[in-house]
Design a protein around this ligand. Structure first.
Ligand code: C5P
Length: 197
């Protein structure tokens, strides 16, 4: 079975939680594509050329334990504006999306650029305040600073020329601002269950 679910949306909207739940429930492989950009960003921050980093990315790079920080998120969104970096990561993501057995991929451009032929496309979003609060619960620190970083990353991701963050025309929008996790997952699972039959 070839079956792809794309889960796009801004930072801390709930994409990862929803994607992992869909993968477990329907027995699909899951790829967090943000991790690819975070790994490239981390290498660029260490002085490596970002395009070379993207072209030579290894499993060990993705397993680094410093990729979840706010700084790694900012570094990721800075290298993610570079078309050559995006291009270097396309093939791997496309192959993953169309692998036998089905796949869920979460990111920013999966339904629009990487896999426009996906069977189910979701766009998971929430207000900047709600997303910043969730991120702050994870990372702590100064709440105003976390909100400022969420807004800054939104701005860069939505307004870049290469594969900007936006919903595909046929994406189902799920706003998780006022939803419990279980409810958000149930809404996401519904179109998948309908399609898988
Ligand atoms: O999803 P996550 O917060 O891990 O993504 C980190 C950054 O990587 C995003 O802010 C975005 O700039 C970039 N990204 C992207 N395209 C994707 C996934 C992530 O540009 N498919």
């Amino acid at each position: 079975m070839i079956f792809t679910i794309t889960v796009d949306g801004p930072a801390a909207a709930g994409k990862g939680t929803i994607s992992r739940a869909l993968a477990a429930r329907f027995g699909l492989a899951h790829l967090d594509t943000g991790l690819l950009y975070r790994a490239v960003g981390a290498k660029a921050a260490e002085g490596m050329d970002p395009v070379a980093a993207a072209e030579g990315l290894t499993a060990a790079d993705l397993a680094r334990d410093d990729l979840r920080s706010l700084a790694a998120g900012q570094a990721a969104s800075r290298v993610a504006v570079l078309p050559e970096v995006r291009r270097a990561l396309v093939e791997f993501q496309r192959r993953f999306a169309r692998r036998e057995g089905g796949a869920v991929l979460d990111g920013r451009d999966i339904g629009t650029v990487i896999c426009p032929e996906a069977e189910v496309k979701l766009f998971v979003t929430a207000s900047p305040e709600v997303r910043a609060h969730r991120r702050w619960l994870e990372v702590g620190g100064d709440a105003a600073q976390v909100l400022a970083e969420v807004r800054e990353r939104d701005e860069r991701d939505m307004n870049r020329a290469a594969a900007p963050l936006r919903p595909a025309a046929d994406a189902i929008i799920i706003d998780t601002s006022g939803l419990e996790i279980a409810e958000a997952i149930a809404r996401a699972a519904e179109p998948v269950a309908r399609r898988i039959g």
